[in-house]
Design a protein around this ligand. Structure first.
Ligand SMILES: Nc1nc2c(c(=O)[nH]1)N[C@H]1C(S)=C(S)[C@@H](COP(=O)(O)OP(=O)(O)OC[C@H]3O[C@@H](n4cnc5c(N)ncnc54)[C@H](O)[C@@H]3O)O[C@H]1N2
Ligand code: MOO
Length: 436
């Protein structure tokens, strides 16, 4: 008789895993390789940006007080006594009714306090010298980007654990990080089990399938920020799987296995955990897909026994393994982001357990709409490629109707739009602004 497993709530499963989470070390990577890593320490501004008062326009640096009487009928004239390109400085004094030609990004001369845009200056030459007329007043500070207006020295620009996106790369470059402190990536071992598995380049034969989980999970590990180490696929043989798991554990921070966690005659993972002396945190979760997800811990290493069914494996990873990886990388918000949306289609299956339905997110009449994709079975692969959300449907219902509010979990690869779609959303913004 198979012992009946007792399902626990999804959140309880998350808590039990998080109790064994751990953090990485700090290591340094060259700035150009830092994209996609996570900051290993806070990024604090060690100088003001801009570092000097500078001009945001091409024009003329002047003293605003020389323009107090200027107007359309009474232009004030300036003598141009020099020129400053970006990267240069002008150290000479600038006197009454004198100006310096200045380029965008160049430092404002000491004695000037405003910049006149080139388009407003009527330039001319008198006695071989350059001059311009100005028909309006300038205010003190006009057209100047002041020291520290972008960032004040001492500002925390990004905290440890921040994902390094291209914008963070720009900040790192601005503050002189030739090498960037990042968190070391966790090494995630992956083992696929199942005697039915073929390598991806093997021809199909009756009873066999190609091993898609191993490759899907490697990609999920990379997307989450970990380093996958694939140990291969092994047939359902207790001794082989036991030694593979034991050996792999010595080389990794966390281990993922796929398949072999249910109650079939060849589902050996539970026996392997027992022989290893691992502490099984749970072996059944009140969710679909992925109810068989089994997680154990051995010497501080978490062993994720994900289902063999592709969709169950996928969901189990995103809900349980991903946050563990993010936690290791010091990410403060280690769980996937959630939104509220409107269900786009009826979902008529009864829900004894919480359900995580693969879906895609759209926008209709000012609301986010979440639509389930394809066949919602845990053994399907087809719905995975286009899923950008998991629609979370709490258990204990007979199904859900179109139009109901639902929680959606945002996966990371969001679909873009066409040029027409891009223009369209722009028009909508303007339309809604007219209502304000
Ligand atoms: N009597 C019961 N049978 C099953 C139960 C149950 O509670 N009682 N649970 C079902 C549920 S729910 C799931 S999910 C599966 C989970 O089974 P396992 O995680 O043990 O996985 P396997 O049996 O090894 O494989 C399941 C399925 O997935 C295919 N598979 C396996 N590995 C891969 C791979 N690497 N790539 C692609 N596909 C893979 C495999 O061929 C099977 O079709 O158990 C139910 N049964
Ligand atoms: O673990 Mo199974 O995916 O719940 O169908």
């Amino acid at each position: 008789m198979v012992e009946k497993r007792k399902p626990i709530k999804v959140v309880e499963a998350m808590k039990r895993i998080m109790a064994f989470s751990k953090h990485g070390r700090i290591e340094y990577v060259p700035l150009e390789d830092s994209y996609g890593h996570f900051l290993g320490q806070d990024l604090i501004a060690d100088h003001d940006v801009p570092f000097f008062d500078r001009s945001p326009y091409d024009g003329f640096a002047i003293r605003a007080e020389d323009t107090v009487n200027a107007n359309r009928n009474n232009p004030v004239s300036f003598e141009v006594i020099g020129e400053i390109g970006a990267g240069s400085v002008f150290n000479e004094p600038v006197g009454k009714n004198q100006a310096v030609r200045i380029m965008t990004g160049a430092q404002i001369p000491e004695s000037c306090n405003a910049v006149v845009m080139l388009e407003l200056a009527n330039e001319y030459t008198k006695d071989g010298k350059p001059y311009f007329d100005l028909k309006r007043k300038s205010k003190v500070g006009e057209n100047i980007s002041f020291t520290g207006e972008d960032t004040k020295k001492g500002t925390v620009l990004a905290t440890k654990g921040t994902y390094i996106n291209p914008g963070i790369v720009a900040l790192l470059a601005t503050f002189g990080y030739k090498n960037v402190p990042v968190s070391s990536k966790p090494k995630i071992g992956i083992i696929a089990t199942g005697s039915e598995l073929l390598e991806v380049d093997q021809p199909l034969e009756p009873g066999k399938i190609r091993n898609s989980n191993a490759y899907m999970v490697q990609a999920q590990v990379k997307r989450a920020g970990g380093e996958p180490i694939y140990f291969g696929q092994f047939s359902d043989d207790f001794e082989t799987c036991f030694y593979q798991v034991k050996e792999a554990l010595e080389k990794v921070d966390f281990l993922i296995t796929t398949g072999g966690v249910s109650v079939g005659d060849y589902d050996y993972l539970p026996d392997i955990y027992e022989k290893l002396g691992a502490n099984v945190l749970f072996n059944k979760i009140a969710m679909r897909p992925g109810s068989v997800t089994t997680v154990a811990e051995l010497d501080g290493k978490i062993l994720f026994g994900l289902s063999g069914n592709p969709s169950a494996c996928y969901v189990g990873f995103e809900l349980f393994t991903r946050p563990t990886i993010r936690e290791y990388l010091f990410v403060e918000k280690s769980f996937l982001k959630k939104e509220i949306a409107i269900l786009g289609k009826d979902f008529t299956k009864a829900n004894p357990f919480d359900r995580f339905v693969r879906g895609y997110l759209g926008y209709e009449n000012g609301r986010l709409v979440a639509s389930p994709i394809g066949l919602d079975k845990s053994n399907v692969v087809s719905s995975l490629g286009h899923a950008d959300i998991l629609i979370q449907l709490p258990g204990g219902t007979r199904g859900y109707e179109k139009g109901m509010e639902v929680s959606v979990i945002l996966l990371e690869d969001q679909e873009g739009t066409t040029l027409d779609g891009f223009v369209e959303s722009d028009i909508n913004t303007r339309r809604s602004m007219r209502h304000v």
